[in-house]
Structure formats: structure tokens, C-alpha cells
Write a protein that binds this ligand. Structure first.
Ligand code: NIG
Ligand code: FE
Length: 413
């Protein structure tokens, strides 16, 4: 497979397109393993390292001079190698865009989640093929920016049929899919929010569960209240789905506490948190997933990542890519925002966009580069991961390996 470059062109596969059985990446100047038992600090850093990939997995990690012989080789030429990004929160199945709404916000209009309904109208009117092409274009864009694992939600269909087909489309581009029938109450249910929640927790969930690993609810004033959120998530869990919550994005509310109550894998946004919310998250296994692209694009205050981290909460960074509140697939951009605006160190932000995303998806096979993990990695066009935040807006990835296969290479040596 060829991945598009940031410039939209096509990158040829490595070594003539024939993937070797074992692949050595050597002359790595700085390797981010994300395993403190393997290297220095929380990122488990190794210098002058090499990695051997066998099939889809990492077979060996260690000092470059001890690397075993392999069938193929990538010369990292002293650059940094790190795990691929794990984007645990996106909404890639939709039609149209809302650029005018963004422009109005930049002129001072507030963000209103009601804009979701505009995308719902466009999405319902779109063919399966258009939705699939749009989602594939965005997934390719994410991959070119280093995202090797994607989560994609439904949520712009809001009928049984449109939610089900949104999830079918999501499954063509993402390995993690999430049922978000409870995104907003659609216009045909205006004034009948309870009836819509019954539809979501009943027939819509029945139709969508086969195509989703997760269920999510937008728990917010103007969307779904605590009772409806609990009802829908409990029904989803009974069907075997994992749970996640859009929580405390636009104002204080019950979302975070509810996420912890139902042992959700993740509470996402966490922009407006009370002391109780920090406390609840810190004693839980629910990850706080922060989405700074949304605060950037809605001109909202950024979440207090520093306080979450200091309270011992596990933090993930994700893009929230959607046409309303955050139309970016670029996790390096989110890392730069988290470092510049949210008090995260470069190391915390890199961890949050890789290992943190894996934890938010309760995955143990991705997000780190140690023996046995899936071989999802990036060769940066830089000597250090610091350059992701230090050189904002600049494409920093020279080679992408996903499931052991070279997906894209940029430029020459
Ligand atoms: O995560 N908050 C709910 N959903 C999206 C926004 C969707 C939209 O505005 O279209 C979010 O930010
Ligand atoms: Fe979202």
C-alpha cells in the first residue's frame, strides 16, 4: 500500500514493495520504547539502538552493535524512532464541512454543539461510497502524520440505518470502532429526548453492536443527561461493548463521574473539571483523554493537564477529528498544543499520544516498542522526539512502519 505524503503525493513502498520476513532498523540515534524497564526515564529511551521486526511484531530491541542479521534493513542514520501514534478519539464518518462555522467562531461567535445537526443532515444524504471515500481520505491523512492506530466513531447518522452504515464505513478504515448514536438528539425527536435514548439503548444498539467495540455518549447539557448516559452505557456494556464518555467538554457536569462509575475506558475532553472530578479520575482506571484540537478550534480554555498528571491520572492525547470542533488528524499538532498550552512536558505529551492512546483503548499490543509488541513505528526526520513540539507545523516523519510493513517513506537519505 502507498500512503499519501503531507503534500498529497504518493510514497513508494520500501525496497521495491517486497516486505522482508525480518527487517532490521539500525543506526537509531534515539529510540523511544515507552518502557521504563528497557531504557531511561518514562519514555524508556535507548541511544544508538536497533530494532528487529519479524512479521507483524517486534522481535528484538537493543544496542545497534548487537543487532542480529535480518533479511531487510532500514538505516535510520542517527534519527529518532518512536511508536506510531494511537489516535483514540475521532469522528471520521461524515459528509461536508463547517468551515464557515469555524470562521464565524474566529470572529467571536461561540461554539454550539447544535452544529452537529448540520453534519447529520449532510451525512444522511450522502451515499455509502462518498462516506467511505471521505473517511479513507482522512485515515490516509492521519497515517501520513504518523497515526498507526485509529479509533473512529459513528454519531452523524442518528437513525438505526445511518448509525449502522456509519459503523460499517468506520470499520473499513479503523481497527477500533465506537457507536455514538447518543451524540445529540436529532431534530425528529425534538422534545422527546427520553424516547430517543430508548431508541439508542434498544434497536439502534442491537443493529450497531456487531460493528462496534465501544459505545460512547455525549454527556453534556443540550445533549444527554446523567440518567440517559447511564442507561445507554449500561445497555451497551450488557451487549459486551466497552464504554467511553464525551465528558465535561462545554461546561461542568456529571460526565467524568459517570465514566468512572461505569468503569469506562476513557473520559474524553475533561475541559471543565471540579475537585471531585480530579479525585474520581485519580482513583480509577479511566483514562482522561484530552483533545486540544477542540479547544484550539473552539477558542475554549485548555484542560488542566498538569493537575490531572500531578493527581496520578493516566492522560491520553487524541485528535477528536470532526468537521465541527476539531478538523485535524494531526497528532504532532496536538502534542505541540499540549506542550505549549497545557503544561505537559514533551515527554508526557509524546507518551500520551502513543502509550496513553493505547491505554485509552485498553490495548496491550501497541503504544510501545518492546519485544512482542506490534511493529507500529515512526522514523522521525529529526534526532529527537522533542522536535515534534519544537518544530510545530513541520512534517517530521520520514518512514512509517505499521504491522511490520513499510507504509510510507518521505524524501531521500
Ligand atoms: O467531540 N462534542 C461532541 N462531539 C464532537 C463535536 C462534533 C461537531 O461539532 O460536529 C466533539 O467535539
Ligand atoms: Fe469527540
Amino acid at each position: 500500500m502507498s500512503a499519501p505524503t503531507e503534500a498529497g503525493g504518493s510514497i513508494p513502498p520500501a525496497e521495491g514493495g517486497i516486505e522482508p520476513h525480518t527487517l532490521l532498523i539500525d543506526r537509531i540515534g534515539l529510540l523511544v520504547t515507552n518502557d521504563p524497564a528497557v531504557g531511561d526515564g518514562p519514555l524508556g529511551l535507548l541511544r544508538d539502538a536497533a530494532v528487529v521486526i519479524e512479521g507483524e511484531r517486534i522481535a528484538w530491541v537493543g544496542p545497534a552493535e548487537q543487532a542480529p542479521a535480518s533479511d531487510g534493513r532500514i538505516d535510520a542514520s542517527g534519527r529518532c524512532v518512536m511508536p506510531g501514534f494511537v489516535d483514540s478519539h475521532t469522528h471520521l464518518v461524515f459528509a461536508g464541512d463547517r468551515a464557515e462555522e469555524f470562521a464565524a467562531r474566529m470572529r467571536g461567535e461561540p461554539y454550539a454543539a447544535g452544529g452537529i445537526r448540520i453534519t447529520v443532515t449532510a451525512t444522511r444524504a450522502a451515499s455509502d461510497s462518498l462516506l467511505t471515500r471521505n473517511a479513507a481520505r482522512l485515515a490516509a491523512e492521519a497515517l501520513a502524520a504518523g497515526t498507526t492506530t485509529l479509533e473512529v466513531k459513528s454519531g452523524y447518522g442518528l437513525t438505526v440505518r445511518d448509525e449502522e452504515r456509519s459503523l460499517r464505513v468506520a470499520a473499513t478504515v479503523a481497527e477500533e470502532t465506537t457507536f455514538l448514536g447518543a451524540h445529540v438528539v436529532p431534530p425528529e425527536y425534538a422534545g422527546r429526548a427520553d424516547a430517543y435514548a430508548e431508541l439508542v439503548a434498544g434497536p439502534m444498539l442491537d443493529a450497531c453492536a456487531p460493528y462496534a467495540r465501544w459505545a460512547d455518549v455525549f454527556c453534556e447539557a443540550g445533549a444527554f443527561d446523567a440518567d440517559a448516559t447511564r442507561h445507554i452505557l449500561t445497555a451497551a456494556a450488557a451487549k459486551g461493548l466497552g464504554t467511553r464518555v464525551h465528558a465535561n467538554q462545554l461546561g461542568p457536569g456529571p460526565g467524568v463521574q459517570l465514566a468512572v462509575e461505569v468503569n469506562a475506558a476513557s473520559a474524553d475532553h475533561c475541559t471543565y473539571l471540579s475537585a471531585h472530578d480530579f479525585e474520581a479520575l485519580s482513583g480509577s482506571s479511566t483514562v482522561a483523554t484530552l483533545l486540544p484540537g477542540a479547544e484550539f478550534s473552539t477558542r475554549s480554555p485548555y484542560p488542566d493537564a498538569r493537575r490531572l498528571l500531578d493527581a496520578g491520572v493516566t492522560v491520553a492525547l487524541a485528535s477528536d477529528c470532526n468537521p465541527g470542533s476539531s478538523y485535524t488528524t494531526n497528532l504532532p499538532f496536538c502534542i505541540a498544543l499540549a506542550v505549549r498550552e497545557m503544561g505537559m512536558t514533551c515527554e508526557e505529551a509524546v507518551w500520551a499520544a502513543t502509550a496513553g492512546g493505547a491505554k485509552a483503548l485498553r490495548r496491550t499490543d501497541i503504544g510501545a516498542l518492546t519485544t512482542g509488541m506490534r511493529a507500529d513505528l515512526l522514523v522521525l526526520d529529526a534526532p529527537s522526539y522533542l522536535h515534534l513540539a519544537y518544530r510545530p507545523g513541520v512534517p517530521m516523519i520520514s518512514t512509517i512502519v505499521r504491522r511490520g510493513r513499510t507504509e510510507g517513506r518521505r524524501g531521500g537519505e
